[in-house]
Write a protein that binds this ligand. Structure first.
Ligand code: ATP
Length: 301
């Protein structure tokens, strides 16, 4: 099996400082460690899909700075086709400055070049849409780019999968183009402007007839909603170390295995995420297709 996945999404460098306690306003402290890692939902999902054995290309934007160089290098090392990534002169690459202390974290995201991605940047790579089985998007790039990617996916006969994160309301025009949506509970409510108390029946009622919805529910697993009704799969029971990147790994798994049918796709997406939560970090924890296959076999015994 080899699927062609095109990710149109964000690219960040995570700048991670660990220290004993958070500084007060105006205070300078010495930290303990500093590390950098590739982040952003787009590049996380691209790397996760590549680890799972898919042919992956990415459309996105970085700045002409050291973080952009580092991000491109890591994506290339992971086997992601970076020909669709624009380098924006004079702009900074997206960053997430993460401070970890007192068992908690503070995070500042500066989107930088991610929000300079343009329709022209996307149009320049129509060839990548033509080659794609699945086009996978999130909401960390301009909304008009998400909509444009959805239109091009449709034009080229690719399945358009939208992970509507971070949570926000979605236009009717975009909803009409989404084949598969993968929200968590908060994102689902925001995407469809549902009330806090919305029931399964309410969800079934607002769901466009053409759309399949796979809602992720953390340790509770995942549910599929469609015109035919609801199905639920429990999560695999594992010892959790760090759930960072669970959603990104799940989305990659679902996209990579989508052509094999809903059951196989959800099973592999959940197995991929279950392996990811057993290790620290996002991309460091993302499994290979072999590891996922072995894990599923073990779980069946
Ligand atoms: P995040 O953005 O923090 O990655 P998310 O809200 O997008 O999270 P979740 O619903 O938390 O995504 O998790 C995605 C999938 O990962 C779940 O559907 C499940 O398959 C798997 N998963 C998450 N947490 C656990 C857990 N504790 N045990 C087993 N599987 C888990």
């Amino acid at each position: 099996m080899s699927s062609n996945i095109l990710v149109v999404g964000s690219i960040n460098m995570d700048l991670i400082t660990v220290l004993e306690r958070f500084p007060k306003v105006g205070e300078t402290l010495l930290g303990q460690t500093f590390t950098t890692a590739l982040g952003g939902k787009g590049s996380n999902q691209a790397v996760a899909a590549a680890r799972l054995g898919a042919q992956v290309a990415m459309i996105g934007a970085v700045g002409d700075d050291a973080n952009g160089d580092a991000a491109l290098k890591i994506l290339q090392q992971e086997g992601v086709d970076c020909s669709g990534i624009a380098v924006k002169t004079g702009m900074s690459t997206g960053i997430a400055s993460i401070t970890v202390a007192e068992g908690d974290n503070h995070i500042i995201v500066v989107s930088g070049a991610n929000f300079a991605l343009s329709l022209a940047d996307i149009d320049a790579h129509a060839d990548l849409f033509a080659a794609a089985d699945v086009v996978l998007c999130q909401l960390e790039i301009p909304m008009d780019c998400v909509l444009h990617a959805a239109k091009l996916a449709k034009q080229h006969g690719a399945t358009f999968v939208l992970n509507p994160a971070p949570a926000q309301a979605l236009s009717a025009e975009l909803l009409a183009l989404v084949d598969v949506m993968t929200p968590n509970h908060t994102e689902l409510k925001q995407a469809f402007a549902l009330s806090e108390t919305a029931s399964d029946a309410d969800i079934a009622q607002i769901l466009p007839a053409h759309m399949q919805l796979v809602m992720t529910e953390g340790a509770n697993g995942a549910s599929h909603y469609s015109a035919e009704g609801k199905r639920h799969w429990p999560a695999f029971k594992v010892d959790v170390v760090d759930t960072t990147g669970a959603g990104d790994t799940f989305n990659a798994g679902l996209a990579v295995y989508w052509s094999q049918g809903l059951d196989v796709a959800v099973q592999h997406a959940q197995a991929s995420a279950a392996l990811a939560v057993q290790k620290l970090g996002a991309q460091t924890a993302m499994p290979t297709a072999d590891a996922v296959g072995m894990f599923i076999k073990q779980q069946m015994h």
